[in-house]
Design a protein around this ligand. Structure first.
Ligand SMILES: [Fe+2]
Ligand SMILES: [Fe+2]
Length: 185
């Protein structure tokens, strides 16, 4: 994809150790897209595969939304021009919708009516959201002069922490499923 190429053009972003914030978040996006694709390809009656893929997608999305809401969006809110701030507000609202659907999977089983439909709507919503981040918000942030390498370090450290928590507690760890618009102080 176009955005992958522009990431590669920046060279050092390719090695994970010094990838900047945007490269890291885009890598998360690709991971989730692969899970969506695998779900689409899974046989309709392969409930075990569909259940596992849905759980993994929810976990990935849970960690990713926390990272962006804690570390990226507040900074973006502060750094972007007034007319671009709307992109951040929309992102918060889309996250809220995604988190609401993730919550459905706490009780939905792959054999339940509505499981496939819920997953499909969640994946469409996420694809739309990812497209907006990569075509608008991320480029705006890159132009804003925010130190994306420093932000990348923070993201990586927080992600390690969250992944550890996730291993211990499962995706319910994930405290905040509310809608809030946080600004950096
Ligand atoms: Fe997002
Ligand atoms: Fe994202």
């Amino acid at each position: 994809m176009m955005n992958e190429q522009s990431g590669a053009a920046r060279g050092s972003a390719e090695s994970d150790a010094d990838a900047d914030a945007i490269a890291l978040l885009k890598a998360d996006h690709r991971t989730v897209e692969k899970l969506f694709e695998a779900f689409e390809k899974a046989a309709a009656d392969d409930l075990e595969a569909k259940g596992t893929l849905a759980r993994r997608a929810c976990e990935e999305l849970t960690v990713h939304t926390i990272l962006e809401e804690e570390l990226l969006y507040p900074v973006a809110h502060k750094a972007l021009d007034k007319q671009d701030e709307i992109d951040v507000d929309e992102a918060y609202v889309e996250h809220f919708l995604v988190k609401t659907l993730i919550e459905k999977f706490d009780s939905l089983k792959p054999s339940d009516h509505g499981f496939d439909a819920t997953f499909k709507v969640m994946s469409e919503l996420v694809k739309h959201h990812v497209e907006e981040e990569e075509s608008a918000l991320f480029p705006e942030l890159r132009e804003s002069g925010v130190d994306l390498v420093a932000l990348g370090k923070k993201l990586r450290a927080r992600k390690d922490e969250l992944m550890k928590k996730l291993d211990e507690a499962g995706s319910k760890l994930v405290g905040d499923r509310s809608l809030s618009f946080t600004r950096a102080a």
